[in-house]
Design a protein around this ligand. Structure first.
Ligand code: GLU
Length: 434
């Protein structure tokens, strides 16, 4: 039975790199019908915080990664580590050392000589020259286990069969192999996955943009899009498809198809993919997902749910994030338009626009039924009468009504904004013309 674990240290939010590690473990477990375990490595007293743990767990859940066992907490297993360390002391494989700052005696492992080899499923066999390793602290003088010891004891005790983690842990592996050897137990299989890089190929960090999963949630990304995108960071299906429903990813996920070289995180690609997912989603579901974003917007009075649904359907084909989609609702439900300065300059502050807007106000005002057909006919007729292109009316209308130069279909937008508000905004825009 395959047993894997995700072992976060709650010393920060769940970032993209750790989420990818969690995801690869989870996908592998689901593919193999194995067990996915959550283990909290909280032995760093100073830096571990409940707040981080809560965020990590809620981000995992939001991404859909459910765990079958745990969370296990290392701080609740101190006796277990002490027992194992005691055994090594008794066998003469470890020794005690007086702590510099008092406290308990630390327990230190003597390093073996020669080389130890790790069989890595991604990198192949890697040999470590153990003469380069210093003796290893197992239990610190504060009574807590060191990471490399607790990790091995837990992986053994929890019957982990595969350790899938970031490449940055390769340097810990010889230390862990020494612990396995001293305990006389067989190490699990290792799969060290390549780091995530920024588009400039350096290790991904804050400087490349948001790194925590909660930032992406807040920025209006869908969890399905994020999971799909992250799954492709270092892994690819046989046919190199990109848009893949989760069930397909699970079906195709094998460690053989994880690459050796770093995978670049490309926000533009993630954003594109998010737009694709938004398009396939049910509009009602999108509204639900947008609720917190909409609630945060002041001056927004969404009094008409049916209209909101139409607005979402209108903008769904072009929105790339939920935040963008929510922004588009603003033209319809807010009393004032926020004008994009550049749009005003290049479209409204142009010779002749004042007269065009005046003519539009008159003709729109005269429309009995303010529907798609009538509005479109009206605009085209006015263009013919003035001997100009329809676009020369459409652009000023768009900026006057939405404040922006681009957006969804103008006529549909105007219908949804409604006659009263459209006229009000066209009149308001007269002040911005020359
Ligand atoms: N707590 C370690 C980390 O967050 C886990 C390393 C491992 O998976 O062995 O990096």
């Amino acid at each position: 039975m395959v047993r894997v674990r995700f072992a976060p240290s709650p010393t920060g939010f769940l970032h993209i790199g750790s989420a990818r590690t969690a995801l690869f473990n989870w996908l592998f477990a689901r593919h193999e019908k194995g067990v996915f375990i959550l283990r909290v490595e909280d032995t760093d007293k100073e830096r571990s915080k409940d707040e981080f743990l809560r965020e990590i767990m809620s981000s995992l859940k939001w991404l859909g990664m459910d765990w079958d066992e745990g969370p296990y907490f290392q701080t609740k297993r101190l006796d277990v580590y002490r027992d194992y360390a005691g055994r090594l002391l008794k066998e003469g494989k470890a020794y005690e050392e007086e702590g510099k700052l008092g406290g308990e005696k630390a327990i230190i492992l003597k390093m073996p000589k020669g080389t130890l080899t790790m069989e890595d499923l991604i990198h192949g066999p890697v040999a470590f020259d153990m003469s380069l390793q210093k003796d290893l602290v197992l239990i610190k003088s504060d009574g807590y286990p060191a990471y490399n010891f607790a990790c091995v004891v837990d992986d053994y005790d929890m019957k982990i069969t595969y350790v899938i983690r970031g490449d940055d842990h390769i340097s810990n592996t010889p230390k862990q192999l020494a612990v396995y050897e001293a305990l006389g137990i067989k190490p699990p299989k290792f799969a060290h996955i390549p780091l995530i890089l920024g588009t400039d190929r350096s290790r991904m960090s804050k400087r490349h943009g948001a790194t925590s999963i909660s930032d992406y949630k807040e920025a209006g990304f869908l969890s399905e899009a994020l999971v799909n995108y992250i799954s492709l960071l270092g892994w690819a299906p046989t046919d190199n498809r990109e848009m893949m429903p989760l069930a397909e990813i699970i079906k195709e996920f094998t460690l053989e198809r994880v690459g050796k070289t770093g995978a670049a995180f490309d926000i533009n690609k993630l954003t594109w993919m998010n737009g694709e997912y938004i398009r396939t989603k049910d509009a009602k579901e999108l509204i639900e997902l947008m609720t917190p974003v909409l609630a945060a917007k002041k001056d927004l009075n969404i009094n008409n749910k049916a209209k909101l649904l139409e607005v979402v359907k209108l903008f769904q084909p072009r929105a790339k994030t939920l935040v963008e989609l929510a922004d588009s609702a603003v033209f319809f439900f807010s009393d004032k338009v926020e004008y994009d300065e550049e749009a005003v300059k290049s479209v409204l502050e142009v010779e002749g626009v004042k007269d065009k807007l005046k003519a539009l106000i008159e003709r729109f005002g005269a429309l009995e039924t303010f529907d798609l057909q009538n509005i479109e006919d009206c605009v085209r007729k006015l263009a013919t009468d003035l001997n100009i292109k329809a676009a020369d009316l459409i652009h000023p209308i768009r900026v006057a009504v939405t404040g922006r130069k681009v957006g969804a279909s103008l006529f549909e937008t105007v219908v949804l904004v409604g006659k009263e508000k459209t006229l009000e905004r066209l009149k308001g825009a007269l002040d911005k013309t020359r």
